[in-house]
Ligand binder design. Structure first.
Ligand code: KIV
Ligand code: ZN
Length: 513
């Protein structure tokens, strides 16, 4: 059996299914390029048949990516499969990923199909896909809760029909490590042609065991592909976290005995890019990529680490890209230095106008903040006004007054298309007053589901505040992010950014329904 573990990233497909995480084509492309730098083996770019937006995103990614296989999800029917094949056409290396539910519950209640019908459809759709692509993956959805006898029958048939990868999803995050590992092993042992396919694990994190289950599927079950997302992004409690699986396999090579192709020094850049694009911030104590992952607060630990790092550290911060947290530029840095830093960070702004807009923002920020970190630069290029992807609403200026014992008041000037509006409101605090001012003018009726503030770089009150807001309107959920040294300004930017996403609904890629 191979001793190489294939890393299949599904941030842009399963990750995007998180409420509010849907991305534009350009955002997806930017993340795909970062995943290529991270050297993931397979990038699941989307679900081409789910919307025109996602079709275009998969197509753009397939054409741009050279070093990773690009994959599109498809339901097990000819229309979806043909659409996936069309989106992948012309790319360096493509894969079609079919799924069809096999658990009794899903077949009866969701698909309203008999097991025999599911069996026939699985077989026929894999055969159809194999005529269009040499690389076909099949996933029995809710596989872990399926009857093992039926699953063996279906999987043997789809391998015979040409499936090259068999993925066994724990769709609802119900598995526990030992049972999941043995479940995969049992399938591999019972299916006569099991060795003709690569076996893959796909675990959700509802009970907090997605990474442990995936690793058990590898160690006990013999799987050689792990499906995962950056930061564990994904609907409900998320998917298996790529950075955790990769660092576990690398750090405990003595136990797993497997190689992964990932350039781990790109992990932090990937984590930040995904967090800043989607608005799903990383908790400070998150393994590998959390702000505290390598911080030692207790005196005994600090003393130990200073004497010998490995007394308390099992990984080196710089091996996962933490060293990037350093001062990179300042007020006197020129356009060329700025452009070079953008390219070192893997950011390729598509036009000179975008570089100019980003540089102007950088100068503005450098006037107010002496040290500019990589994180500041990333936040700056995520600003709608730099990428100008869907900037209908734009903050022009904000002034606010708050005083102990007084009700704060804010005056906000913002552009909506070609028109500028200046509005004032009072509120419980300056943030509340600013958002109320905007809302009093636009009367959008949105519901605020989440408001959070984080310091972009830790350890100093000089840091920019990064605000995330999650808004809901008519069943759609979007996240907006805004960054500024002034958190009230950051809040207004985040609010307008989320409104932009609601405004440009057609440009956003629809998640799987
Ligand atoms: O969780 C799941 O079952 C999936 C499949 C579509 C692979 O995401
Ligand atoms: Zn999934």
């Amino acid at each position: 059996m191979s001793d190489r573990l294939i890393i299949f990233d599904t941030t842009l497909r399963d990750g995007e299914q998180s409420p509010g995480a849907s991305m534009t084509k350009d955002e997806k492309l930017r993340i795909a390029k970062q995943l290529e730098r991270l050297k993931v083996d397979v990038i699941e770019a989307g679900f081409a048949a789910s919307s025109n937006g996602d079709f275009e995103a998969v197509r753009a990614i397939a054409l741009a990516i050279k070093d990773s296989t690009v994959c599109s999800l498809a339901r097990a029917n000819e229309r979806d499969i043909a659409r996936a094949a069309e989106a992948l056409k012309g790319g360096a290396s493509g894969r079609i990923h079919l799924f069809l539910a096999t658990s009794a519950l899903h077949m009866e209640k969701k698909l309203r199909m008999t097991p025999d019908q599911v069996f026939e459809q699985a077989k026929a759709s894999v055969a159809f896909a194999r005529n269009l692509s040499a690389d076909v993956e099949f996933s029995p959805e809710d596989g872990y809760r399926s009857d093992p006898d039926f699953l063996c029958r279906v999987l043997e048939a789809v391998i015979a029909a040409g499936a090259t990868t068999i993925n066994v999803p724990d769709t609802v995050g119900y598995a526990v490590p030992e049972l999941y590992g043995n479940f995969i092993l049992n399938l591999r042992q019972r299916i006569p042609n099991a060795d003709k396919a690569i076996w893959s694990v796909h675990c959700h994190n509802d009970l907090g065991m997605a990474v442990a289950n995936s690793l058990a599927g590898v160690k006990l079950g013999g799987a050689r592909q792990v499906e995962c997302t950056i930061n564990g992004l994904g609907e409900r409690a998320g998917n298996c976290a790529l950075e955790e699986v990769v660092m576990a396999v690398k750090t405990r090579k003595d136990y797993f005995g497997l190689d992964v192709n990932i350039d781990t020094t790109q992990i932090m850049a990937s984590s930040r890019l995904v967090a800043q694009t989607t608005g799903f911030v990383v908790q400070p104590n998150k393994a590998v990529v959390g702000a505290n992952a390598f911080a030692h607060a207790s005196g005994i630990h600090q003393d130990g680490v200073l004497k010998a790092r490995d007394t308390y550290e099992i990984m080196r911060a710089q091996d996962v890209g933490w060293a990037a947290n350093k001062i990179v530029l300042g007020k006197l840095s020129g356009r060329n230095a700025f452009k070079q830093r953008l390219s070192e960070l893997g950011i390729d702004l598509s036009t000179e106008a975008e570089v100019n807009a980003a540089f102007a923002k950088f100068k503005e920020l450098a006037d107010r903040k002496s040290d500019i970190f990589d994180e500041d630069i990333l936040a700056l290029v995520m600003d709608d006004s730099v990428t100008s992807e869907q900037e209908f609403y734009r903050l022009v200026s904000l002034s606010q007054h708050s005083e102990t014992g007084e009700r704060p008041e804010s005056t906000v000037t913002f552009a909506a298309g070609a028109h500028e509006h200046t509005v004032s409101s009072q509120g419980n605090g300056p943030v509340d007053a600013s958002l109320k001012a905007i809302e009093s003018e636009l009367q959008t009726g949105v519901e605020l589901l989440l408001y959070s503030v984080n310091a972009i770089t830790s350890g100093s009150t000089e840091s920019q505040g990064e605000v995330t807001v999650r808004l809901q309107l008519g069943g759609r959920v979007v996240n907006g992010i805004g960054a500024d040294p002034d958190i009230v300004v950051a809040s207004a930017k985040a609010y307008l950014s989320a409104l932009n996403k609601l405004h440009c609904k057609n440009e956003r890629v629809a998640a799987q329904g």
